[in-house]
Design a protein around this ligand. Structure first.
Ligand SMILES: Nc1ncnc2c1ncn2[C@@H]1O[C@H](COP(=O)(O)OP(=O)(O)OP(=O)(O)O)[C@@H](O)[C@H]1O
Ligand SMILES: [Mg+2]
Length: 277
C-alpha cells in the first residue's frame, strides 16, 4: 500500500503505472452518476479481464447504460474512477476513447442516417488512419493514397460481406431495419481497430441466424485478443457466451462471477432472476 499523495487523474505520462495492471483491461471503481434526484450509478465497482467476454446484466434501470456512458465520456461521473489498460481515463472526452482503443457501439446519428452504409463504414476507418503519425511528417505519394483507398475499400467490403449487408451498400443508413442497423453499428465500431468493445444490447432486433453469426464473429475477435463487455437482456445468450458475468442492481454491483455461480446466487435470484431459475 502506498501512502503517497494521490496521483492526478487523467495523467498521460504513465511510463510505469503505479499499480500492476496484471491482465485487467478495464477497472471501474466507486463510480457514481446522478441525474437530479436519481442516482443512476451508485458506487459501481468491477474489473474486466483482458481478452475476456464479460456480460453486464441487471434489471431495467439498473444503471448499465449509464455506466457505459460514464466509461466512454458521454457523461462525466460524479465520483469514482475508470482505468483502461492501467491508465486513469476518468472524465475522458468521447472522441478520445477510440484513440485509447476503447469503443462502444453508437446508434446511427441523424447526420449519418443520410449517408450510405458504405460511407458509414469508410468514415471511422479513415479517421483512424488519418491519425497515423507518419502522415504528418512524410510526404504522401499518389500511389500510396490510391493503394490505401483500395485497401480501405477492401476492408469495408469484407465487413459488408461478413455482416451480409453488401446488398445495402448504397442504401441510406436511415432506411435500414432495426436489426440491420445493429449490424452496421457493430461493423462501424470494428472499423476503428479497437482493443476493447462495449456493446449495449447488440443483438436486440437481430434475427437468430444473424445473431449466431455475430456471436461467432465476436468469439473469433476475442481469440485474437479483443476484450468485450456486453450488456444484454437475453440471459441464455450471456450465460452461454460469457466466461464472467457482472450483475448490476440499483446502480451498484450485486454479484460477479462465472455464469454458474451467478445463476445460483441467492441475491441475484431474489433481485433479478426471480422465479426464472
Ligand atoms: N440522461 C438521463 N437523465 C435522467 N435520468 C437518466 C438518464 N439516463 C438514465 N437515467 C436514469 O438512470 C437510471 C439508470 O438508467 P440506465 O439507462 O443506465 O439503466 P439500464 O440498466 O441501462 O436499463 P435498461 O436495461 O432498461 O437499458 C434510470 O432510472 C434512468 O431513468
Ligand atoms: Mg440500458
Amino acid at each position: 500500500m502506498s501512502d503517497t499523495t494521490a496521483e492526478p487523474t487523467g495523467s498521460l505520462t504513465s511510463e510505469s503505472p503505479d499499480r500492476p495492471t496484471d491482465d485487467v483491461e478495464l477497472a471501474v471503481d466507486g463510480l457514481v452518476k446522478r441525474f437530479g434526484g436519481i442516482t443512476a450509478v451508485d458506487g459501481a465497482t468491477f474489473e474486466v479481464e483482458s481478452g475476456s467476454m464479460t456480460g453486464l446484466i441487471g434489471p431495467n434501470g439498473a444503471g448499465k447504460s449509464t455506466t457505459f456512458n460514464c466509461i466512454t465520456g458521454i457523461h462525466e461521473p460524479d465520483a469514482g474512477t475508470v482505468t483502461f489498460q492501467g491508465e486513469d481515463i476518468t472524465g475522458i472526452r468521447p472522441y478520445q476513447c477510440a484513440e485509447y482503443g476503447l469503443v462502444r457501439t453508437f446508434q446511427i446519428a441523424r447526420e449519418m442516417a443520410n449517408m450510405t452504409v458504405l460511407e458509414n463504414l469508410m468514415l471511422p476507418a479513415k479517421r483512424q488512419r488519418g491519425e497515423a503519425l507518419w502522415r504528418s511528417v512524410l510526404p504522401v505519394t499518389r500511389r500510396e493514397v490510391v493503394r490505401e483507398e483500395r485497401e480501405l475499400l477492401e476492408r469495408v467490403w469484407d465487413s459488408l460481406e461478413f455482416f451480409e449487408i453488401q446488398h445495402l451498400a448504397e442504401e441510406k443508413a436511415g432506411t435500414l431495419s432495426g436489426g440491420q442497423r445493429k449490424l452496421l453499428e457493430l461493423a462501424r465500431a470494428l472499423m476503428t481497430d479497437p482493443e476493447m468493445l462495449l456493446l449495449d444490447e447488440p443483438f436486440a432486433g437481430v434475427n437468430p441466424t444473424l445473431e449466431k453469426k455475430l456471436l461467432e464473429h465476436v468469439h473469433d475477435l476475442r481469440e485474437e485478443g479483443y476484450t468485450f463487455l456486453i450488456v444484454e437482456h437475453d440471459m441464455d445468450l450471456i450465460m452461454e457466451n460469457c466466461e464472467r458475468v457482472i450483475v448490476m442492481h440499483q446502480g451498484s454491483v450485486l454479484a460477479e462471477g462465472a455464469p454458474g455461480a451467478i445463476t445460483s446466487n441467492e441475491r441475484v435470484i431474489e433481485a433479478y432472476l426471480g422465479g426464472e431459475v
